[in-house]
Ligand binder design. Sequence first.
Ligand code: ATP
Ligand code: MG
Ligand code: MG
Length: 550
Amino acid sequence: PTSAPAHFILNRIRKEVDAGLYSRVVTRFPPEPNGYLHIGHAKSIVLNFSMAAAFGGYTNLRFDDTNPAKEEQRFIDSIKEDVRWLGYEWENECFASDYFEALFGYALHLVDHGLAYVDGQDADTIRAQRGTLTEPGVDSPDRDRPPTENRDLLERMRAGEFPDGRYVLRAKIDMASPNINLRDPVLYRIRRQHHHRTGDDWLLYPTYDFAHGQSDAIEHITHSLCTMEFEDHRPLYDWLLEHLPVPSRPQQIEFAKLNIDFTVLSKRRLTRLVDEGHVAGWDDPRMPTLAGLRRRGFTPVSIRNFCNEIGVTKSEGIIPYGVLERHLRDDLNIHAPRRMAVLRPLKVVLTNFPANETEWFDAANHPQNPEMGSRRVPMTREIFIERDDFMEDAPKKFFRLKPGGEVRLRNAFIVRCDEVVKNDAGDVTELRCSLDPESRTGQPNADRKVKGTIHWVSAQHAISAEVRLYDRLFNVPHPSGDKERDFIEHLNPASLEILDTAWLEPTLADAPPGQPFQFERLGYFVPDLDSTPERPIFNRAVTLRDTWAK
Ligand code: ATP
Ligand code: MG
Ligand code: MG
């Protein structure tokens, strides 16, 4: 949907295409179905789909499901929903597990060519023998096992003759390589785990390194775009493709992960937030997941624009959360109809407005865009205004309502505060105001200047609602960067504020889920998933201005 801005990957692919190396570009988005997608994944989705679209190709959705322990069907379903919601449609839905048989064939090929061996040492020994950056590795005593013996053992591993961990398959590359990834990496492990798709067919599973590049080759992916932590794996990616009879020769290009402040972007940490009950679920509106952002009120275009603005580079930075919010604000400012709602109500009686009467006012749905039309809002003798819009001992610069002061009620007329009613505790419970009838539109005082304009709703017509306001999920910019304390300790206890006595103008009665509105002067709001006609619930997606600017 969005055209790709220039960046090093686009420029590089363009050169390759211009040089005739490719006639079209095929990419894949390869999530592991062990959690919901987050905003970091959106960066990868936008990049992969835009590169293929820019060069006449397509993108596959590939579930990287080679690690059965944490993978589930519900995660597959949510991932598909989220990619589509972002605005992308994949060419093929693929599963790495569909290639298990082919991958095993490749393993036999390596074994037969003396390029892999079955190692009977335990995992700790193997790890220790792989050495360090300054010390070369140590050969396994099994390194020179003859190919026929390796084949026999590998087939018996598959047949289930050995317990978990008894043997692994290792590539035979170079135990002295300066790149530790090339020191005979493990390709297969025996693990008796039920797989969400292949059931109990397999009890040995390929590692990421062995599965990923070969899956790319099987799908004829031209460019395998991944994050920087795989840069050191690229020599292994290339080595395997070089030594295997694969049907195509993809190339891996790395880019920097997206990081955003005041949140965490790792499925492991997000899983903890959900499992330990710190949030209401993967789609809690405070979560940086696509499901959470959607429920919060984010739009697909705002997320795509955000991804395009942050660009694609090789160096990691931390993007302020406010940048994401700015893109939402920019989108909603154009598209969200305006409405009036009062979040913290204070009753106002208009003493010179007849009781039992309703006057209807025209209210523009968007002050800058007449094409969005208008609606009628009812005015009655009793209305609600925002408690914050009245101050008894107001400073000079307070231009909202104060005793004896005047303010314009948005879309209606000017009122003056004549009397402040209090309860025994001294709290203001009601204001008694008089209106200037000639300050209505079309009347002589329509343009009379008063300093402030405030929003309001008719007490008789307003709909009672719950409104949920959200703040940052964490108190510190880098919750997971703290070496001393668990990131959970940095959760912001005030990240959710529930206002259960809000009042909405009646046109909001049948707002469909996901339809954003600007509540004038308060921010952009969207009906929550839990909202019902009996009990409307709105989320504040974002405030009108960046209140977080430091
Ligand atoms: P996590 O650390 O959240 O588990 P992951 O990389 O293990 O992330 P995958 O499901 O394997 O999760 O990710 C699918 C794709 O999305 C990969 O190509 C990965 O590189 C990319 N990706 C994941 N996180 C980010 C991020 N923060 N920024 C950009 N791309 C990301
Ligand atoms: Mg991964
Ligand atoms: Mg992961």
